[in-house]
Structures are given as structure tokens and as C-alpha cells.
Ligand binder design. Structure first.
Ligand SMILES: *Cc1c(COP(=O)(O)O)cnc(C)c1O
Length: 463
């Protein structure tokens, strides 16, 4: 019973990886020429690579490792569950104790009007489920013309056909001729990049009203739902202006369409509340979840269903011809339960709200004074730095979008901190167990990285 420990030299692993492994969201040819980084171990907020270097995991894996890496409690729960019942399905009128306990636990922490959950294995599958469930709902409610789902440009809802279509990543749409029919998009509330001469508050209302215009353009009788992340994650940690969600709420309250809050990143404490919807006072009809549900220890996702939607898809719905072999997988459910128990026992949600959240935010925002940084923003434990060629001028961006971000990301890795680059902004989303000392180190390393990047850009004549 051993894990796969690394006994090979880095170059040998890289060569085999290059020969046989196709990486997600990667230019494989470019990567193979360079050689992949290899992570061999992780503990708490720390990663170890194949050269034995320790790196602070500023991204919590991929926005998911809320409780930190290497928690024996979760491994033990999964081990026990696998010996007891490693697998059984939840189709055909069967269930099992871990999935029952998990469904109850999720209903307990969810908003009051959401009491049911459908399980799957990822955020993308959750959004495919949303796509079908929303349409099924309106069919059952006697409104089969309500089919269009409105998403947002630069939103992210996963990488499957429905996820890519609902999302608004143009580069993803171009591959595979997406979106599928029946999906439309409005602009994102990205004031720093797209706010022009408006104040953030004016811009928030202005963008929200695009939803109203879009619904009128398509016809309310044809619109099924609006889907959005409370804070866009993969799009670059786009924190909407304060006026945005209140205006969207007003529009939704006047229109008969479903609201889907994609909680895959914001859920499970990231914003200092159980869900992003709690943070912004939203009342969604459906909430796709994944990532923090298991802290990434095993793959699991789900869709939280409101009592309103349950009326259509359960009371009136008949059989919903939809499900996955691994819906409610017992070992994944055991991992999720152990993870949620840790979050509750260690009061991690409260900790993000009252302790480590404010602690990191004030230090992170101070990075906004750096000559390379146009804006430093953070809510809970998710934040971004906008890198700019000319401080104080939001309208000027670097040529070849993404080049500077990639330089900064690579320097950050060399300096011992994982930050992700989105275009030319740097993103962090660290584990919720980050200590004060680790937060200090994170900010000091980010500052050194900005200094080093600035020097490199000077050398290249880019600033
Ligand atoms: C990551 C993500 C998804 C997709 O989840 P996967 O588990 O990668 O399929 C969907 N929505 C949001 C908001 C995400 O961040």
C-alpha cells in the first residue's frame, strides 16, 4: 500500500510525459520542447517538485484544495469506505449510506430554499446537468419554448460541450464550432479592463442592464435561464462592482427565468461564506458545485436544486433520463463528507471571513502600489493583480496579451510561489488553512516576483 513515490530523475519523467501524455489546456508541442514541471508531494499549503524544491501553492491546486494537501482524515475515510463499499450505483432505485449522508450535509449548509442535490463527477458535468435540467424544467412547466440560456462573455463553466457553450471563452468556442444553438451571451462586469470612462458603480448597472436588453431581444417567453459565477474565477477573478448584483437581482425578480449561480469556485468558503450566493445575497434556482466539495481529494460535483425547480423536475417531471455511472460514488462521497467535517470543525468559512481573509486582503491590496500593478483586488481568499505597462492608465495594456503574465508566472514559480496568469493579470486562490506566516510569505514572494518581472520587462524594453 504505497503511493507512487518518485525515484526517477526529472529529465526521464519529462521525456516519458512528452512521449505519451496529452495535457489539458496546453500547447503540447511547446510544453514537450520545454519539459513539464513535476510535482511529487504536497502537504498543507506546500508542494514539492521533482527537484526537491518547496513551492507555496497559491492556487490551492486548481481553486479546490480548501483544507490543504495531505490530510490523513480524508485519506482514512476513503480507505475505510473502499473496504466497506468501494462502488455501487445510484440508478435503479438504490442508494448507499455515504451518498445519503452527504446529500443531507449539503442540504444543511445550502441556502434554505435548496434541499436537494444531483451528483456527478466534475463542474463540467454539473453544468451539462444544468443545461438539460433547465430545459426539462420548462417543458414540465408547460413552457417548452423557453430554451435559451444566457451566459456571459469570459465566464467559465467547464470544458464539455455544454460547459464550453455556456461559458464565454472565445478561444474555446473557436475549437469545435461552439456554442451549441440556444445559448447567448452578455458582457462581463469587468470594470478594470472594460469600464471605459464610467465609474465602477455606473458600469455595474450598465452591464447588468444588458441582461434586461438581451431578454427583451430574445423574448422572455423563449429564455430559460441566466448562468453566472458570483465572482468569475478562470476569467481572471473578475469581482463585479457593488451595483452589479443588486441590479441583476432586480431584473431577475421581474422576469420569469431561472437563475443558475455557478458555485464551482465560490462555493465551500472561498468568499468567507459557504457559497458565493450567500456573500452577494443571491437566491439561485440551481447551483452547480465541485472543486471545494472534496477539496480535490477525489473528483466529485453536483447540482443543488431549489424547491421551485424540484416542483418541475421531481413532482411533475417523471423520469429524468440523465445520470452518470459515478453519480454519488461512495468513495468520493466519503471524501466530501470528511472534507466538509474539517471545514466545519476548523471553522474555515468563519476564518476566511474574520481572520485570514482580511489579513491577506490588506497585504495583497498594498501590492497595488507597485509600479507594475494597476489594481490589486481580493474578496475572501481569491484575488488578482492587474499588470500594466503604464500605471494609472487603465486604457493601456501590454502588446501580445498574455506574454507578460506568462513571464511573471514563470518567475513566481522560480521564486517559490504558484500564481496563475490570466491574460496579463496574476491570480491567487490559496487553501483556506493558510496561516498568517504563510500569508506574509506569499505576499513577500509576490512582491519579489513583481520586482523581478519589472526588471525583466525593463531589460526587454516593455516598460
Ligand atoms: C472549474 C470550473 C468548472 C468546471 O469544473 P471541472 O471540474 O473542471 O469540470 C465549472 N465552473 C466553474 C466556475 C469553474 O471554475
Amino acid at each position: 500500500m504505497t503511493a507512487v513515490s518518485n525515484i526517477y530523475p526529472t529529465a526521464a519523467l519529462q521525456a516519458v510525459d512528452a512521449a505519451h501524455h496529452i495535457h489539458p489546456f496546453t500547447d503540447t508541442k511547446e510544453l514537450n520542447a520545454e519539459g513539464t514541471r513535476i510535482i511529487t508531494k504536497a502537504d498543507g499549503v506546500w508542494l514539492t517538485d521533482s527537484e526537491g524544491r518547496r513551492i507555496l501553492d497559491g492556487m490551492a491546486g486548481l481553486w479546490c484544495v480548501q483544507v490543504g494537501h495531505g490530510r490523513p482524515e480524508i485519506a482514512d475515510a476513503v480507505h475505510k469506505q473502499m473496504l466497506e463499499l468501494s462502488y455501487y450505483n445510484t440508478f435503479f432505485k438504490t442508494s448507499h449510506p455515504p451518498v445519503i449522508a452527504l446529500a443531507e450535509k449539503i442540504a444543511e449548509i445550502a441556502p434554505d430554499h435548496m434541499n436537494r442535490v444531483f451528483f456527478c463527477s466534475s463542474g463540467s458535468e454539473a453544468n451539462d446537468t444544468v443545461f438539460r435540467m433547465v430545459r426539462h424544467y420548462w417543458d414540465q412547466m408547460g413552457k417548452p419554448d423557453k430554451k435559451v440560456i444566457i451566459g456571459r462573455w469570459n465566464g467559465y463553466h467547464g470544458s464539455t460541450l455544454a460547459g464550453t457553450s455556456l461559458g464565454g471563452m472565445k478561444a474555446m468556442h473557436e475549437q469545435g464550432d461552439l456554442p451549441v444553438p440556444g445559448v447567448d451571451h452578455i458582457d462581463q462586469p469587468y470594470w478594470f479592463g472594460e469600464g471605459g470612462d464610467m465609474s465602477p458603480d455606473e458600469f455595474g448597472v450598465h452591464i447588468a442592464r444588458q441582461l434586461e436588453q438581451k431578454i427583451d431581444e430574445i423574448g422572455e417567453d423563449k429564455v430559460a435561464a441566466f448562468i453566472a459565477e458570483p465572482i468569475q474565477g478562470a476569467g481572471g477573478v473578475i469581482i463585479p462592482p457593488e451595483t452589479y448584483w443588486p441590479e441583476i437581482k432586480r431584473i431577475l425578480s421581474e422576469r420569469d427565468i431561472l437563475f443558475v449561480a455557478d458555485e464551482v469556485i465560490c462555493g465551500f468558503g472561498r468568499l468567507g461564506t459557504w457559497f458565493g450566493s450567500d456573500y452577494y445575497g443571491l437566491k439561485p434556482d440551481l447551483m452547480p458545485i465541485a472543486k471545494g466539495l472534496t477539496s480535490g481529494y477525489l473528483p466529485m460535483g453536483g447540482v443543488l436544486v431549489s424547491d421551485r425547480v424540484a416542483e418541475g423536475v421531481i413532482d411533475k417531471g417523471g423520469e429524468f433520463y440523465h445520470g452518470y455511472t459515478y453519480s454519488g460514488h461512495p468513495a468520493c462521497a466519503a471524501a466530501a463528507l470528511a472534507n466538509l467535517e474539517i471545514i466545519q470543525r476548523e471553522k474555515l468559512v468563519e476564518r476566511v471571513k474574520d481572520d485570514i481573509g482580511p489579513y491577506l486582503q490588506s497585504r495583497w491590496r498594498a501590492l497595488g502600489e507597485h509600479p507594475l500593478v494597476g489594481e490589486a483586488r481580493m474578496v475572501g481568499l481569491v484575488g488578482a493583480l492587474e499588470l500594466v505597462p503604464e500605471k494609472g492608465n487603465r486604457k493601456k495594456a501590454f502588446a501580445d496579451t498574455g506574454t507578460v503574465g506568462t513571464i511573471c508566472r514563470d518567475i513566481s514559480f522560480q521564486n517559490g510561489l504558484i500564481m496563475r496568469a490570466v491574460r496579463d493579470s496574476m491570480i491567487i486562490s490559496p487553501p483556506l488553512v493558510l496561516s498568517h506566516d504563510e500569508a506574509d510569505l506569499l505576499v513577500a514572494t509576490a512582491r519579489k516576483t513583481l520586482d523581478d518581472t519589472y526588471a525583466e520587462l525593463k531589460r526587454q524594453g516593455k516598460v
